[in-house]
Design a protein around this ligand. Structure first.
Ligand SMILES: *Cc1c(COP(=O)(O)O)cnc(C)c1O
Length: 365
């Protein structure tokens, strides 16, 4: 088998031990004689899988008792609609901090539901801090994208919103570092970056925010439906939830969120510190707001970027192309990216840079 390092922003690398376990259990899940894919979502073995997934997430994030954990479909993008549909009336206001293109998409959906007040930082390379004074006391919630997958930024500190519930799209960094869930009213995340395969979306929602959706809200877009039916109102993405459970077991085995954070700091530091002293590559994000998960960088021009990407791919470094809206390169270093992958990438970048310098000197002579 070809060995590669997968730096994709999502769907993203999964721990190889998880994939091996999936393979091992694929035809016969725990003596049932069937694959997980073939099990009824009302069966005891599947109930156990979803219960364990919830229990593990609660344990790993120390989720307080007064929060529900929900498993849904539709990706983080459907949450862009579900959040306002559940929490915002047509004559009410919510505030959105727009730190990148995903927040922009969230605003677009919320605008269809109620009044939106936008906070847009001057640059997409830094995120200012916000205090309760920045928000109107009447607002139903404040929405943030806590890690900006495309721009490579994250909040250095979360906004202080006073009594207004803070809602966060954590799709690209949930479980990557310690988190105080009690600071949030609602957290949501598509699974395909740090939690598992695509197809399942997790929400962690405070009890008091459930149950006030308007009557016209479709059942499947109402958080209350998922609460009442233990995320089993209709058929959930069973296989994705099963793999997510295995990923959570892997996170627990490797030191939990603290273990992840320690390794993520180390991995990100390796790449940023090389980029910062490089004469060829650059990252423009303010240090305090640098994402640990998504690291965009560019060389000095498009032609060199293209050559870098081509040679990197040949050497087994996959999906390093930056998002089409920003160009250049992006390395996503999610939990499952081994440190060896980052070390190998930095080595490759160093060699590439040295060859560039040699060629320049050659051209000059
Ligand atoms: C990937 C991503 C999304 C979109 O997720 P889908 O599951 O494709 O809808 C939304 N927000 C953030 C921050 C993301 O990284």
């Amino acid at each position: 088998m070809k060995t590669v390092y997968n730096f994709s922003a999502g769907p993203a690398v999964l721990p190889s031990s998880v994939l091996e376990k999936v393979q091992h259990e694929l035809l016969d899940y725990e003596g049932t004689g069937m694959s997980v894919m073939e099990l009824s979502h009302r069966s005891a073995p599947f109930q156990q899988i979803i219960d364990q997934a919830e229990a593990l997430l609660r344990e790993l994030l120390s989720i307080p008792e007064n929060y529900h954990v929900l498993f849904m479909q539709g990706g983080a993008s459907l949450q862009f609609s579900m959040v306002p549909l559940n929490l915002l009336g047509s004559d009410e206001t919510a505030e959105y901090i727009v730190t990148g293109s995903w927040s922009g998409k969230a605003v677009k959906e919320a605008d269809k539901v109620g009044e939106i007040r936008k906070h847009t930082p001057d640059a997409q390379t830094a995120i200012p801090s916000y205090t309760a004074k920045d928000f109107s006391g009447n607002s139903r919630y404040v929405h943030i994208t806590s890690n900006n997958t495309i721009e490579g930024t994250r909040f250095a500190e979360y906004p202080d919103t006073g009594d207004i519930p803070l809602v966060a799209d954590m799709s690209s960094h949930i479980l990557s570092e310690k988190l105080d869930v009690s600071k949030f009213g609602l957290i949501y995340a598509g699974a395909q970056k740090n939690l598992g395969p695509s197809g399942v979306t997790v929400a962690i929602i405070r009890e008091d925010l459930v149950g006030d959706a308007p009557d016209y809200c479709p059942a499947l877009l109402n958080y209350e439906t998922y609460v009442k039916h233990g995320s089993l109102f209709n058929t959930p993405p069973t296989f994705s939830i099963y793999v997510l459970k295995l990923v959570l077991e892997w996170v627990k085995e490797y030191g939990g969120v603290e273990g992840m954070e320690e390794r993520n700091q180390e991995k990100a530091h390796l790449l940023y510190s090389y980029i910062d002293q490089s004469g060829l590559f650059q990252n423009h994000v303010t240090e305090a707001n640098r994402s640990l998960m998504n690291i965009p960088f560019t060389a000095n021009n498009d032609e060199v970027n293209a050559r870098f990407l081509k040679e990197a791919k040949q050497a087994g470094f996959e999906f390093l192309k930056g998002h089409r809206s920003v160009g250049g390169m992006r390395a996503s270093l999610y939990n499952a990216m081994p440190i060896e992958g980052v070390k190998a990438l930095v080595e490759f970048m160093k060699n590439f840079e040295q060859n560039e310098v040699k060629e320049d000197q050659h051209a000059f002579n």
